[in-house]
Ligand binder design. Structure first.
Ligand SMILES: Nc1ncnc2c1ncn2[C@@H]1O[C@H](COP(=O)(O)OP(=O)(O)O)[C@@H](O)[C@H]1O
Ligand SMILES: [Mg+2]
Length: 247
């Protein structure tokens, strides 16, 4: 954990956060430390209609972040906040970046820790909502969750927690759609921390929904043939996810 920012650094960050026309998310380096400033999204009318009012969504995101923090979840501490901004310390490279850049051993450590962290979140009665490897950070010692939106909950149903687990497995396969020791490590980490029998519940879920795989097979073939450069192979990840859950 890095040292808390000095008050001149904090003042500079808050001044920066208030700047108009700034991007949604911005990394700021000050006195040898990196910080992240997050602001509401600027949405076109079409997206506003689909996603909702950005100011309200952002208020909700901040509320959930605070609630998760209060419950002891591994989330970045909020260094400063206002109606239009959040200032967070850097929590390390994303799990996605770790999976592409780190050495094999380190990738396994990060994945095991990510699985364990998700199980820990669930054991606290929480859910992330839409965990993807780009929204988990790994600093070499600790996993931290970012990006809370629809579905994040401080009072989560089992259904939401199952969905978290399925999405994290699916998102990880989407980065490289084949059997990998990384996904196995992720699942092992989860299962070791699973105090609520959620792995079994996710397996039952997968059995009920496994027809999604044959149904989407033409789309999976399309993705394999025509979209080799897609960053996230979300369709090819489907059969692997069901198989991993034993369906
Ligand atoms: N505190 C942080 N530490 C490290 N990386 C961060 C942090 N906050 C954001 N990021 C990086 O910025 C990306 C976008 O941030 P996120 O909170 O997910 O916003 P969005 O809602 O736009 O997806 C993340 O995927 C991560 O790579
Ligand atoms: Mg995100």
């Amino acid at each position: 954990m890095m040292a808390p920012p000095t008050s001149p650094v904090l003042d500079a960050l808050i001044a920066r956060a208030a700047m108009a026309d700034a991007p949604r998310i911005e990394a700021v380096d000050l006195e040898g430390q990196r910080y992240w400033i997050k602001r509401p999204e600027v949405l076109s009318l079409r997206w506003r209609l689909q996603k909702g009012n950005p100011a309200r969504l952002f208020a909700r995101e901040r509320r959930i972040h605070r609630a998760l923090m209060a419950r002891g979840a591994p989330v970045p501490p909020i260094l400063a906040e206002g109606e239009g901004y959040l200032v967070l310390p850097d929590s390390g490279p994303s799990l996605e970046a770790t999976l592409t850049d780190a050495a094999p051993d380190e990738r396994l450590r990060a994945c095991r820790a990510a699985g364990a962290a998700l199980a820990g979140l669930h054991a606290l009665g929480l859910a992330h909502g839409r965990p993807h490897p780009r929204d988990l950070c790994w600093d070499g010692a600790r996993i931290v969750f970012l990006d809370f939106e629809r579905g994040s909950s401080a009072n989560a149903s089992e259904r939401r927690q199952i969905w978290d687990l399925v999405l994290l497995i699916h998102g990880t396969y989407g980065l490289s759609p084949r059997e990998t020791p990384e996904v196995a490590a992720l699942c092992d980490g989860y299962r070791q921390g699973d105090q609520r029998g959620l792995w079994k519940a996710a397996q039952a879920w997968a059995k009920r929904w496994r027809w999604i795989d044959p149904l989407t097979r033409p789309l999976q073939r399309y993705e394999a043939r025509h979209k080799p450069h897609r960053r996230y192979k979300e369709l090819l990840a489907i059969p692997l996810t069901f198989k991993r859950l034993g369906a």
